[in-house]
Design a binder for this molecule. Sequence first.
Ligand SMILES: NC(=O)c1ccc[n+]([C@@H]2O[C@H](COP(=O)([O-])OP(=O)(O)OC[C@H]3O[C@@H](n4cnc5c(N)ncnc54)[C@H](OP(=O)(O)O)[C@@H]3O)[C@@H](O)[C@H]2O)c1
Length: 126
Amino acid sequence: MMVSITAVRDNNGAIPRLYGSDLVAVFVGGTSGIGESTARAFIRNTTASRAYLIGRDQARASRIIEELRQIKPDSQAEFIKSDVSLLREVDEVCMDIKKKEDRLNLFFLSPGTGSMKGPDGMKARK
Ligand SMILES: NC(=O)c1ccc[n+]([C@@H]2O[C@H](COP(=O)([O-])OP(=O)(O)OC[C@H]3O[C@@H](n4cnc5c(N)ncnc54)[C@H](OP(=O)(O)O)[C@@H]3O)[C@@H](O)[C@H]2O)c1
C-alpha cells in the first residue's frame, strides 16, 4: 500500500523536532528527478541545513540552488560537479565533502543504474 501524502508531510514536518537543525545531506543525482525533489523537501523541512547536489549538469544545478536559496535563505546548497560512473571522480567528491563536513545525516543516491554502454548508458530512462 502506498503511503499517503498526508503521512509523508506529517513525517517531514516532524524532522526539526526529531533531528534538530544543522543537518547535512548529500544527493547524488540531485540535479533532476527524485533526487532534486527530495533535496527540495529536505531544504523546505529543515532549518539551517546544508545540501550538496552531485551531478554533471551545472546549468540545472544553478537553477535548483537558486530556488533552494529562496525557499530557505538560512540553509545552504552547493553543487559539486562529478561523473559518478568514474571512481576517480567519486573519490574526489568524497574527499571534497569530507574536508567540509564531519558528518552526514542523509545520503540520497538516485543516479540511476550502472551500464556498460558508456556515460549515456548511465542516464536513467525518461
Ligand atoms: N522518479 C521516480 O519517481 C523514481 C521512482 C522509483 C525509482 N526511481 C529510480 O531512481 C533513479 C533516478 O530516477 P530519476 O527519475 O530521478 O532520474 P533522472 O531525473 O534522470 O535523474 C538522474 C539524476 O542522476 C544524475 N546522474 C545520472 N548519471 C550520473 C553520473 N554518471 N554522474 C553523476 N550524476 C549522474 C543526473 O544528474 P546530471 O544529469 O546532472 O548528471 C540526475 O540528477 C532511476 O534508477 C529510477 O529508475 C525513480
